[in-house]
Design a protein around this ligand. Sequence first.
Ligand SMILES: Nc1ncnc2c1ncn2[C@@H]1O[C@H](COP(=O)(O)OP(=O)(O)O)[C@@H](O)[C@H]1O
Ligand SMILES: [Mg+2]
Length: 307
Amino acid sequence: MSNTTPLETERTDGRDDPDAVRATTVGESEETIRPAWRQYDFEGDPKMSVRNLDVHYGDDHALKDISMEIPEESVTALIGPSGCGKSTFLRCLNRMNDRIRAADVDGEVTYDGEDIYQGGVNLVELRKRVGMVFQAPNPFPKSIRENVSYGPRKHGEVRTGFFDRLTGRDDREQRDRIVEESLRKAALWDEVNDRLDENALSLSGGQQQRLCIARCLAVDPEVILMDEPASALDPIATAKIEDLIEELSEEYTVVVVTHNMQQAARISDQTAVFLTGGELVEYGDTDRIFENPNSDRVEDYITGKFG
Ligand SMILES: Nc1ncnc2c1ncn2[C@@H]1O[C@H](COP(=O)(O)OP(=O)(O)O)[C@@H](O)[C@H]1O
Ligand SMILES: [Mg+2]
């Protein structure tokens, strides 16, 4: 499951050494030292690491000096009131903010120790590795099969149909294998295997969201970003997405935004609490954050005094 293609055309010395990144992230110099309760000590390597991240939209300072590391193969929840910068933060992790003209991103974000904001990064490759699932299910108005095979086709991993005549290649078997595997991983195969050629829009909302997850898995990502993936769904469909997120974290690094604190408590291993003004106020083991937060502001937020 590991990709070997570098994200960049050129590498900077030391960037591929996770220990070097960790040392600079925790930092010796005064200005980079974070309060202890914003540091999270976990076992294993960070899959992604964010250091001194600031985002402005014009005069609006949406994220302020955020530093945190995202452990691999686990679920990281981002919680906080509306407008505190959760979606902005998530979009920094695969450079989706590049598409928002007003957004000005400053700081360092690394993926496997490589700075994703340095020159020469291939954005198509980055977004393949760091996939994204949105709040409202957004399948293409095409068949279930075409939705899942869209990514692999775009990346040239399977060529079928129109391309056959040009190249002589016919990857239908490979395509069908990827479609089945992705739908199985997204816990949707049993519900749709007899109607793969039906329009995806005929599925229920919850099925559509699992299809969007399958579409994301089909290009073999390592990190999956989800922005309130269940907030448009009913409780039963939500429970299926929550189960799926926990299953996916055995193989993938999942970062999920939710404004539902019970959901964060149920599904995540670690939780980052953002509060109004774009601050990361506390980050740590999910059980500890909910049972015994260090910050009074986090305690007030979790116990519902505001937010
Ligand atoms: N595309 C945008 N253009 C301008 N301002 C934005 C944009 N997206 C978000 N913002 C602003 O950035 C802040 C954080 O928004 P957002 O990241 O969407 O918060 P959340 O996801 O926590 O609700 C808000 O003040 C919001 O108005
Ligand atoms: Mg949001």
